[in-house]
Write a protein that binds this ligand. Sequence first.
Ligand SMILES: Cc1ncc(COP(=O)(O)O)c(C=O)c1O
Length: 386
Amino acid sequence: MLHSMPDLLSWRPRFPILADKTYLINNSLGAMPASVVDSLREYTDLWATEGVVAWDTWLPEVANTAAILEDIIGAPRGSMTMCQNVTNALAEILSCLEYDAPRNEIVHCAGEFPTVEYLLDGQQRLGARVVRVGSDPLVFPEEELLAAITDRTVLVVLSHVLFRTAELVDVRPFVEKAHQFGALVVLDAYQSMGAVPFNVADLDVDFLVGGSVKWLCGGPGAGYLYAHPNIVDRLEPRLAGWFSHSRPFGFEAPPIEYAAGIERFTGGTPNIPAYYQAREGYRIIREVGVPAIRENARRHSQILIDGALARGYTVNTPLDFESRGNHVTIDMAGAPQVKDELIRRGFVVDYRPGAGIRVAPHFYNTGEECLAILDEMAEILRTARS
Ligand SMILES: Cc1ncc(COP(=O)(O)O)c(C=O)c1O
């Protein structure tokens, strides 16, 4: 087998879609592990047979699921919790902030995912000043972004890997500068979780947010939030619910007495079935190991980049492996139509306007599949011209 690690390929039968499709869009929706069916059955069986008593098993699954993620990124036990998505996780964080001028600025760049930008934009109604650095979402404005962090900054929001270009951001200089000025840092790790090895404690960010649908193969509905253990007990989220209380089953009158640690971010009733679903992908990623996933991506992304450049396509992803995550964005005239035709032919990818076709092989893909999609793109374009 060309350009593939055989031990990783032994996982292929565990992902049913791989039998039928050339599935190369794992930074958008990772393939479903077959075991999700049994895990969801476990959840429904509990409901069907135990009724309300199922909560005794369901509730601990919130922390148990988060613990798998803690293992993956070296987060201390009990420093992460589950939520629905990045939007909710970030809203929780924002609800802890005060925007007292002059320290009322939130700094971020134009390449952030729109959900983040919309949420930040809305903070202006509460007195925040949103400093949006850069204008071309394909260019990460490193120097400008660093310069925008001042003693007026309350929060810096950064993507670890930019969703359009796959640029991998070295977050350390931003964290250092933010902390020097007394600001907090949120890392949106959606595109790096399960793809790029990192240790959240080493990065020293104050918060990390992400979701599960991409490289973690966890499907929709399961987001997560990490808060640095040194600050978590000082945070008072306004977006609090009864599960944020230290005694949720005391049903006490306000003011809330926050639960210790990360549990104060739980909010309302947890999204249990999503966690039963997501834990299957998380367990596989933990077992395979992110360093092995990354090493495999080195080969696969290089095949894609070399092949795309050789065919005269534009590559909107950094050419240096250390500066990119695990997907490759390839553009050409007619890219949206090429994407549609690729999907019709069983090569599953997506397209992002202004960026190109995103091709995202995971550990279960082969080098042959990467070569095959390049040939298929060329064939589609040849047919379109003739
Ligand atoms: C970097 C990044 N952040 C956030 C999101 C999505 O946010 P949410 O989980 O709120 O849907 C995505 C993609 O879906 C993403 O690529």
